[in-house]
Ligand binder design. Structure first.
Ligand SMILES: Cc1cc2nc3c(=O)[nH]c(=O)nc-3n(C[C@H](O)[C@H](O)[C@H](O)COP(=O)(O)O)c2cc1C
Length: 194
C-alpha cells in the first residue's frame, strides 16, 4: 500500500488487516511506529504503558497457540465471517503486545490510557504503508499469555497489535454517515438515521 501523508485520507484508510507479506519490518521503521505510540494521551499523563515487541518465532508460535485456543473458545464451530484471510499470529512479522498498569480496580480510564497509543501506532503504521490489526481475544487466555511474556502482577495486556507489510492493497474503510452517530447540544432518541 502507498504511504499516506494527508491526515483525512489516513483516517479513511486505516483498516483491520490479518494477512501480511512475507517481508520483515526493519528496526528503524518499527521505531518510528512505536514512537507514535508513546506520544499518546493517558489519564494524568501517567504514561502507564509498556509495549512488548514480539518477533521471536518461538514466542510468536506460543502466542498463536493461545490465541487459537481463545478463538475456538469464543466461536466454537461458528467462526465469524471474514472479509480477509486470517493468517496465524505466528506468520505475522511483528506482534506488539500493549500493556497497561492497573492500580486497584480497573475503570474506564484504565484502557483509555493505552488504547489511544495503540491507535497512534496503527495510524503511524498506515501512514508509512504498513498494515496493522488489533485483537483483544487473547484476554480469554490472560494468565497463560502473561506467564509466557513475563507480564508482572499489576499490569494487563490490553491488546495485541499485528504489524507488517500488507499482503495486498486494502481500500478505504466503510462507515455509516456521520449523522448516524452525532447529535447536537443534547442526546436524542431514537438515534438519528444517516
Ligand atoms: C477492542 C477491539 C478488539 C478487536 N478484536 C478483533 C479481533 O479479535 N479480530 C479481528 O479480526 N478484528 C478485531 N478488531 C478489529 C475490528 O473488527 C475492526 O476494527 C472493524 O471490523 C473495522 O475494520 P475496518 O476498519 O477494516 O473496516 C478489534 C477492534 C477493537 C477496537
Amino acid at each position: 500500500m502507498q504511504p499516506i501523508t494527508d491526515v483525512k485520507e489516513l483516517f479513511r484508510h486505516q483498516r483491520q488487516v490479518r494477512a501480511f507479506a512475507d517481508r520483515p519490518v526493519d528496526d528503524a521503521t518499527l521505531q518510528e511506529v512505536l514512537q507514535a505510540a508513546v506520544h499518546g494521551p493517558s489519564a494524568s499523563n501517567a504514561q502507564p504503558w509498556r509495549f512488548i515487541v514480539v518477533r521471536d518465532a518461538e514466542v510468536k508460535a506460543q502466542l498463536d497457540a493461545l490465541y487459537e485456543a481463545a478463538f475456538a473458545e469464543q466461536y466454537g464451530g461458528t467462526p465469524p465471517p471474514r472479509g480477509t484471510d486470517r493468517q496465524p499470529l505466528s506468520q505475522v512479522p511483528v506482534l506488539v503486545v500493549a500493556c497497561v498498569r492497573v492500580r486497584g480496580r480497573a475503570n474506564i480510564a484504565t484502557g483509555a490510557s493505552v488504547y489511544p497509543s495503540v491507535q497512534n501506532l496503527m495510524l503511524a503504521a498506515r501512514a508509512i504503508g504498513l498494515a496493522s490489526g488489533i485483537t483483544t481475544l487473547h484476554r480469554l487466555k490472560l494468565a497463560e499469555v502473561h506467564e509466557l511474556l513475563g507480564i508482572p502482577e499489576g499490569w494487563e495486556s490490553a491488546a495485541i497489535v499485528l504489524v507488517g507489510w500488507p499482503d495486498r492493497a486494502y481500500g478505504p474503510n466503510k462507515r455509516p454517515p456521520l449523522e448516524r452517530f452525532v447529535t447536537y447540544d443534547r442526546w436524542t432518541d431514537p438515534p438519528p438515521r444517516g
